[in-house]
Design a protein around this ligand. Structure first.
Ligand SMILES: Nc1ncnc2c1ncn2[C@@H]1O[C@H](COP(=O)(O)OP(=O)(O)OP(=O)(O)O)[C@@H](O)[C@H]1O
Length: 335
């Protein structure tokens, strides 16, 4: 059980953070599934992955814009994680090709993908929980000299490297307010601190593209602002961010661009404002809940006994709330 998050440990500074500018002008022509980007960092073509008779991913064309924060959203089972696994070399598609930073990544294994500058965060597994926070950080570095046989025979070389790694790790831990925990077992961290460690660990390899899988899942509200700020910092430092998330508030607040998946396909793309107004997006979420009355999904009508709330239902509820908030803001502006 992770320790609970406390506002003192990692909460945002008491001063309200200044809103940061969204990156715009990312696409060429009308926003639609597969729209070309001005400067894409990932370009995927005809990527398909099936599991038995089920098509989990069937993406005709997708470009992820460089230097921006892109959210990948969609109801449960839409294929988001499978697409993440394919793009990072953790799974292989039945067909399709894609490039990262102009280089083909088809068939490239995960460790090489990471060395090329595209990293993803990993959940702190049980095994990693038994290592200290600092040891976890060191594992995040790629291309260590110890991996190269001849150089690993010269102790002076790997000792120097170890010191450099530790310095870099401590710098990042300080930035993420985890430096005091460097010697603690990672398993002793709270849910939010684990997310921070996962992100800090990914940064050990100086990536160009950081891919975050549900960065807000299991994070206490006391830490959410701090996590959002860290993600916005990544963009400010020149990195590209791609994240999967069910939390629509987060998507609206930090994403410059949103890609919506449903049943393996990209069904909508655009800035968060337009995407959340797109009937195809609401349909995609509702489509995943045809068995439920809309009132149940949104919480207006109590769910029948035995019906389980799912992340998609919560996301749809969030989506509708966000749309209402946008409309209220629009009305306020036109007054
Ligand atoms: N290894 C696997 N074997 C069989 N089916 C799989 C496997 N991985 C994923 N699937 C199926 O592929 C579909 C897409 O799953 P995926 O996990 O990519 O969706 P998702 O959008 O990430 O969903 P969630 O938001 O619930 O995490 C689902 O129907 C899922 O059951």
């Amino acid at each position: 059980m992770p320790a609970p998050d406390t506002p003192e440990t990692n909460a945002a500074p008491p001063t309200a953070s200044t809103p940061r500018a969204k990156t715009t002008g990312l696409h060429v022509g009308d926003a639609a599934p597969g729209v070309a980007k001005v400067d894409p960092i990932i370009v995927a073509d005809g990527v398909r992955r099936t599991f038995g008779g089920l098509t989990a991913v069937d993406v005709d064309h997708l470009e992820i814009p460089r230097g921006a924060i892109t959210a990948l959203i969609g109801p449960n089972g839409a294929g988001k994680t499978t697409l993440f696994n394919l793009l990072t070399g953790f799974d292989r598609p039945n067909e399709g090709s894609w490039t990262f930073d102009g280089k083909s990544l088809s068939g490239v294994p995960a460790f090489k993908v990471a060395r090329m500058g595209q990293v993803r965060t990993f959940q702190l597994t049980k095994a990693l929980g038994l290592l200290t926070v600092l040891e976890n950080m060191k594992l995040g570095a790629t291309g260590q000299r110890g991996e190269r046989f001849w150089q690993s025979l010269i102790p002076a070389m790997w000792r120097k490297q170890d010191t450099e790694l530790e310095t870099r790790a401590m710098e990042l831990l300080t930035k993420f307010k985890l430096d005091a925990k460097a010697g603690d077992f990672a398993a002793s961290l709270s849910g939010g601190q684990r997310k921070l460690l996962e992100m800090a660990r990914a940064l050990m390899s100086d990536p160009k593209l950081v891919m975050l899988d549900e960065p807000m899942a299991g994070v206490n509200p006391a830490l959410t602002q701090s996590l959002l700020e860290h993600i916005l910092d990544l963009k400010e430092e020149g990195m590209t961010v791609l994240f999967v998330e069910h939390d629509m508030h987060m998507v609206r607040h930090i994403a410059d661009w949103v890609v919506v998946m449903a049943e393996g396909r990209v069904v909508a793309e655009g800035d968060p404002y337009s995407v959340m107004q797109d009937p195809a997006v609401i349909d995609a979420y509702l489509g995943a809940h045809q068995e439920l009355d809309l009132g149940v999904v949104t919480g207006r009508v109590p769910a029948p006994e035995g019906a389980e709330s799912s992340a998609s239902a919560e996301a749809l509820e969030d989506l509708l709330e966000e749309i209402q908030a946008e409309q209220a803001a629009d009305e306020e502006e036109t007054k």
